[in-house]
Ligand binder design. Structure first.
Ligand SMILES: [Zn+2]
Length: 478
């Protein structure tokens, strides 16, 4: 876990790395200012996306977590900030909030949740840590030296990019546990996050008992494996009082039977099917179906199809998709999978038909949109692909993946200036300013494009260079 060892390094040897960081002055003695928290968060997030191997770059998993997270934060009127949820492939039970509203969830925790309310309970608890400014208070409470350690996290990550010795040293320390200590919330913070989390769960229409039951199960799990307590309980210490506090609150709440959403079940199956040896996943899902031991037949068949796709057993995957349609599973995730199976079987026309029809019902679904553009490009419908990407970009201009698909379409059409220009916007949105500037320089030298397009490239380049200079001047590593 490169990312985590680097954080540990920042804690062990912050002084040398943090040289040249701005003096935070009085601000460091109170709360961390929100703009700085956001910048630290953005910087860590950019690094996770680029170099954390366990980062799950899956539009469907991300969309599910963000939809669930948005539903929860909307139920918290005092939230007043944006959140981004992401998943890491990690079997340990953990979830954590980074500065700036970024909330990470391990796949192990999603798989261990026995109901959507349980997962929602953990997310609500994390959202509450953010809205109550626990992280900012924790960081702000520390003195200047400790504060610098926090800032050094980003520096350490950046340093490792150009200096392999630093990452070597990080590996050698092997003391990632330092992060845990740093992130240990106080008991008061935990109680507050529980109280607000339960309120949020209730307001968002989930079963509030989900929170206590999940935490209790984690605790039992912890007792069974003395030296291997779930990471979540180490960063969010669970005490007997905390559980009884939660139970008292729950007694006051109304009893509510809440059905899991289809996407919760499908996302769990997808995560299970995508981890480890695909043969084990196939066996697992086949056993579930044979013995009828599943939460839902739909989710088991979907998981089996994903696992068969990994095995490149396309006929078997196709059979499961047919079964899913028979079960009338109305989820865009099933449509996307069906189209992918048809494409893998070589029937591009049928795949395109599935995308087209499904997008009438789910116009805003990203996986279907990206899949349709990719399939159009594979089918040689380059102009149509470009048109679709461009129209959609007018609706969601800050979608990096769409800029990437637009760049791909331009490349297929041989329009080099436009290709590099679109690629530059992808990098801008991912916070990679230097890479964006390089793309625009390539656009200038592309040898195509008209006068108007060249002046647009020149203007954008001036703007980004100025922004880059400003960031360098501030000597902020983020
Ligand atoms: Zn907590």
């Amino acid at each position: 876990m490169r990312f985590r060892t680097l954080i540990a390094l920042a804690i062990l040897a912050p002084a040398a790395l943090a040289e040249g960081l701005p003096d935070l002055g009085e601000a460091s003695r109170t709360d961390l200012p929100p703009y700085m928290e956001r910048r630290i968060g953005e910087s860590i997030m950019r690094d996770i996306r680029l170099r954390e191997p366990s980062y799950i770059d899956d539009v469907e998993v991300a969309a599910y977590l963000n939809t669930l997270g948005a539903r929860l934060s909307a139920a918290m009127p005092e939230a007043g900030q944006s959140f981004e949820f992401f998943a890491l492939r990690d079997a340990t039970l953990n979830a954590f909030a980074l500065p700036g509203g970024y909330i990470g969830v391990h796949s192990g925790l999603i798989l261990a949740a026995q109901s959507e309310s349980e997962l929602a309970g953990v997310l609500s608890h994390e959202i509450a840590h953010v809205t109550q400014k626990h992280l900012a208070r924790l960081m702000g409470k520390q003195n200047q030296a400790q504060m610098t350690q926090w800032l050094a996290i980003a520096v350490a990550i950046l340093a490792a990019r150009s200096n392999s010795d630093v990452s070597q040293a990080a590996m050698a320390t092997g003391a990632a546990a330092g992060v845990q200590t740093m992130l240990n919330y106080s008991r008061d913070f935990e109680r507050e996050a529980d109280r607000i989390g339960i309120q949020t769960l209730d307001r968002a229409g989930f079963d509030v008992r989900g929170m206590a039951s999940f935490f209790e199960r984690m605790q039992k799990f912890g007792r069974l494996y003395e030296n291997n307590a779930p990471g979540y309980l180490r960063t969010h210490p669970l005490t007997i009082e905390r559980i009884s506090d939660m139970e008292n609150r729950i007694l006051q709440a109304q009893y509510r039977q809440v059905a899991d959403s289809t996407d919760f079940q499908l996302v769990r199956s997808k995560l299970r099917a995508s981890q480890g040896d695909p043969r084990d996943a196939v066996t697992d899902f086949e056993t579930q179906l044979r013995e009828r031991k599943y939460l839902s037949e739909m989710a088991a068949r979907y998981g089996l199809a994903v696992a068969q796709m990994r095995m490149k057993n396309y006929p078997a995957a196709g059979r499961e998709v047919t079964e899913l349609r028979r079960l009338k599973t109305a989820s865009p995730m099933v449509d996307t999978l069906a189209a992918e199976v048809r494409r893998a079987q070589g029937d591009l026309a049928d795949a395109l038909k599935i995308y087209r029809e499904a997008r009438v019902r789910h116009a805003r679904n990203k996986a279907l949109l990206y899949g349709q553009i990719e399939a159009m490009l594979a089918d040689g419908q380059t102009q149509e692909a470009l048109k679709l990407a461009t129209v959609e970009l007018q609706l969601t201009p800050s979608d990096p993946a769409l800029h990437g698909l637009q760049a791909k379409s331009y490349a297929a059409l041989g329009k080099r200036l436009q290709q590099h220009r679109a690629q530059a916007e992808l990098y801008v949105l991912r916070g990679q300013l230097v890479a964006a500037i390089q793309q625009l320089e390539l656009a200038q030298k592309s040898g195509d494009g008209d006068y108007f397009e060249h002046s647009q490239v020149d203007a954008r380049l001036r703007e980004l260079r100025a922004r880059h200079l400003e960031e360098m001047k501030q000597k902020m590593p983020f």
